[in-house]
Design a protein around this ligand. Structure first.
Ligand code: NAP
Length: 243
């Protein structure tokens, strides 16, 4: 059985990714850090539909916690086929007023977290000579965004990380790609003021915000054998916002 780990797997985009990969027949490892109940509910839903699903808790920015999670995963499942580095946070503010701790926290979770999870996963995938790592970046990591310098830097860093890791792992058949979602309706964007939301919407040629399922379908493709010959790429899922 193919096994997929989704970090932040009970969040808006994460839970849609878990459902998409469950449809492809993956066993789901749903990672969370905060309240366990959304992850537990998702496990109940997926198991009711016949999917093998379990939860794993770790702060992805903490090396020891990530290594302990992978030790547990290997003892439970013995392999890992797909990793989706989806866990992410924002601590928005203009640079001149940004506290160092807000800069650091976003880099720690969004970028260092993806590094730690990918390093542990890559050790297993290289031995298996197969595997797919998919990093959730953002259009903000490509184009920047006033008020999100920390977040944009973390997401731009993820793109450089993705391309470098793709080069390091390719010889053993392991791929690494990134997706760059635009404006997606989740808890992360629900907090934006209405005028910011309208500004984003006015820039989307397809005329609607993205749904978590829009991102999940693209990740599902990159996780599938259909994407076996694709590595080091960044796929924008933004309704045409960056055309
Ligand atoms: P979300 O619902 O807030 O999900 C974020 C997830 O990250 C949560 O499940 C959270 O886990 C997890 N997380 C936060 N801090 C963590 C830590 N220290 N260790 C481990 N996990 C942690 O937001 P979302 O919109 O679905 O975002 C998912 C990803 O998409 C993020 O990387 C985000 O940057 C990216 N993205 C979103 C948009 C958008 O418009 N929404 C656009 C581009 C990119 P708990 O729930 O357990 O706290």
């Amino acid at each position: 059985m193919r096994v997929a780990l989704v970090t932040g797997g009970s969040g808006g985009i994460g839970s849609a990714v878990c459902r998409e990969l469950a449809e492809q027949g993956f066993a789901l490892l749903i990672h969370y850090i905060g309240d366990p109940s959304p992850a537990d509910q998702l496990v109940t839903e997926l198991r009711a539909a016949g999917t093998v699903a379990d939860t794993y808790m770790a702060d992805v920015s903490q090396e020891a916690q990530v290594e302990a999670m992978f030790a547990e995963i290997m003892s439970d499942k013995g392999r890992i086929d797909v990793v989706v580095n989806n866990a992410g946070i924002t601590r928005d503010g203009l640079v001149l007023r940004m506290k160092l701790e807000d800069w650091q926290k976003v880099l720690d979770v969004n970028l260092t977290g993806a590094f730690l999870v990918s390093r542990s996963a890559a050790k297993v995938m290289l031995k298996q000579r197969s595997g797919k790592i998919i990093n959730v970046s953002s259009v903000v990591g490509i184009g920047g965004n006033a008020g999100q310098a920390n977040y944009a830097a973390s997401k731009a860093g993820l793109i450089g990380f993705t391309k470098s890791l793709a080069k390091e792992l390719a010889a053993r058949g392991v791929t690494c790609n990134a997706v760059a979602p635009g404006f997606i309706e989740t808890a992360m964007t629900a907090v934006l003021p209405e005028e910011v939301r309208q500004t984003f919407l006015s820039r989307i040629p397809l005329g609607r915000p993205g749904l978590p399922e829009d991102v999940a379908k693209a990740i599902g493709f990159l996780a599938s054998p259909k994407a076996d010959y694709i590595t080091g790429q960044v796929l924008r899922i933004d309704g045409g916002m960056s055309i």
